[in-house]
Ligand binder design. Structure first.
Ligand SMILES: *[C@@H]1O[C@H](CO)[C@@H](O)[C@H](O)[C@H]1NC(C)=O
Ligand SMILES: *[C@@H]1O[C@H](CO)[C@@H](O)[C@H](O)[C@H]1NC(C)=O
Ligand SMILES: *[C@@H]1O[C@H](CO)[C@@H](O)[C@H](O)[C@H]1NC(C)=O
Length: 215
């Protein structure tokens, strides 16, 4: 079926490997991305985004996630959300039923949404991720600031929120792409010729029918 000769797989894999190494600094371990600060209006819902990147596919059996809340710099961290195979029910957290897990570990997203934000919710939120066989634990941290009314300089607040949202979104996109590439790189190493053919096929179809363009 494939008309073109497949690209040399070695170059391809090497490029991906370099990309992967470049984006997974030094340790080759888990990298977690979270916005530094999120502002939320009292009474609103806010999504605290935390994404991670790992060159290993997420195996639900081993994957582990903890979210903790820390009220002040030297306060102890209270765990309020835990994921092991699924969300582990936690009793009597300070947030009651206002916490909703809105991430998807398979897609490297472990975000949650906090509903009906209260002034007391201000503080630092930590996400901890473990994705064996990655040995390192990933750690991300977010400061939540609760505002009671939209300040007069609306634009700047909106800009901050939009900025954080867009930044978070881009981070997700980038991380997902890297993850996909890592996975693909591994797959290619295993079944490289078959994989390559499928990919080339897709490209040829996308470029239109070559039979028509003979002039
Ligand atoms: C929270 O916001 C509501 C309006 O949504 C306001 O009436 C209330 O006073 C605010 N609470 C505090 C503690 O500021
Ligand atoms: C928290 O740390 C500050 C110094 O950073 C210290 O002055 C304060 O006593 C500490 N608070 C508690 C409750 O340990
Ligand atoms: C989450 O907490 C549990 C219990 O404290 C701990 O066993 C586990 O290693 C933690 N996982 C992460 C990713 O920190």
């Amino acid at each position: 079926m494939s008309r073109e000769a497949p690209r040399p797989p070695k170059t391809h894999a090497l490029a991906l490997l370099i990309l992967c190494l470049a984006l997974v600094p030094s340790s080759l371990g888990m990298e977690v991305t979270a916005p530094f600060t999120i502002m939320a209006l009292n009474g609103s819902s806010v999504r605290l985004t935390c994404t991670f990147n790992s060159c290993y596919r997420v195996e639900k059996k081993q994957f582990s996630l903890n979210w903790t809340y820390q009220e002040c710099d030297n306060c102890t961290e209270e765990m309020f959300l835990q994921f092991r195979l699924k969300i582990v029910p936690m009793e009597q957290t300070r947030f009651g039923d206002r916490v909703e897990f809105t991430g998807n570990p398979i897609k490297n997203d472990v975000s949650f949404t906090l509903h009906n934000v209260q002034l007391d919710d201000e503080g630092t939120y930590h996400c901890y991720v473990m994705n064996p066989p990655d040995r390192q634990k990933g750690h991300g941290k977010i400061s939540l600031i609760v505002i009671t009314e939209e300040p007069p300089e609306r634009d700047s607040t909106v800009a901050v929120i939009v900025g954080a949202t867009v930044g978070g979104f881009l981070a997700v996109v980038i991380l997902v792409l890297v993850a996909v590439k890592c996975v693909r790189r591994k797959k290619q190493q295993r079944l490289n010729t078959d994989d390559q053919k499928t990919e080339e096929e897709g490209k040829t179809d996308g470029e239109g029918n070559p039979d028509e363009g003979t002039k």
